[in-house]
Design a protein around this ligand. Structure first.
Ligand code: G3P
Length: 224
């Protein structure tokens, strides 16, 4: 399963990249606004860090077909790794069809039902982004949506990749992997939590304490 970082914060992106765990980045207008920086400055920096292979999702803000297509073409010019995020609406799906035919990568966002995901795949979207956390927030089962989309896409061999979005905690990541989702886009704080287990900390502390109880001349220089 690929790990994308769901952020527009360049420092967070650099840290996850340094861990060697970063397969891509997703942003949205809210995450861009949180940076307090000009859009193009942030977008170009992220695109450069990720290089030509790893995708960066940048979202259109137009809601009509012509506007979305025009904005998507401009966003796609920013780099070969740009995937344009398009909202799940009739105009959005029409725009995805046009952009796919032009070879522009697309990511259909704000997906909350299996039938919406089916439309995105039929339109030729590169990625689909079902929002699990926001479904959980209204007492619906976010991960059930992922299970159903995985089944539907497998039934028909759709090539659209499933990005589990609106991830809130490590349990969403665990379930995404168990269900066979292609990608989870993870906030930085959640990615940090994936490393953690109290028994790892306790175990490491005990190993070091026992090692330190050895006489110094029992230890080779390279382990001192
Ligand atoms: O980028 C889309 C999605 O991941 C947003 O998550 O936490 O705002 O529901 P959230």
């Amino acid at each position: 399963m690929k790990f994308f970082l769901d952020t527009a914060n360049v420092e967070e992106i650099k840290k996850a990249d340094d861990w060697g765990l970063l397969d891509g980045v997703t942003t949205n207008p809210t995450l861009i606004a949180k940076t307090g920086r000009p859009f193009l400055e942030v977008a170009k920096e992220i695109i450069e860090i990720l290089g030509p292979e790893r995708p960066v999702s940048l979202e259109v803000v137009a809601t009509d077909y012509e506007g979305m297509v025009r904005q998507a073409r401009e966003l796609a010019k920013l780099g070969p790794n740009v995937a344009v995020k398009i909202p799940m609406t009739p105009d959005g799906i029409k725009a995805v069809k046009t952009l796919s035919a032009e070879g522009i990568k697309t990511n259909v966002t704000l997906v909350f039902s299996p039938s919406q995901a089916l439309l995105a795949a039929k339109a030729g979207a590169t990625y689909v982004s079902p929002f699990v956390g926001r479904l959980d927030d209204i007492s619906m089962e976010g991960m059930k949506l992922i299970e159903e989309i995985v089944t539907i896409y497998r039934n028909y061999d759709f090539e659209t990749e499933i990005i589990v979005a609106s991830v809130r905690h490590p349990e969403h990541v665990r379930m995404s992997a168990l269900l066979g989702a292609d990608i989870a886009t993870i906030p930085f704080a959640t990615m940090e939590k994936l490393f953690k287990h109290p028994l790892t900390d306790i175990g490491l502390e005990r190993f070091l304490k026992d090692w330190n109880s050895l006489p110094e001349d029992f230890k080779p220089d390279f382990l001192k």
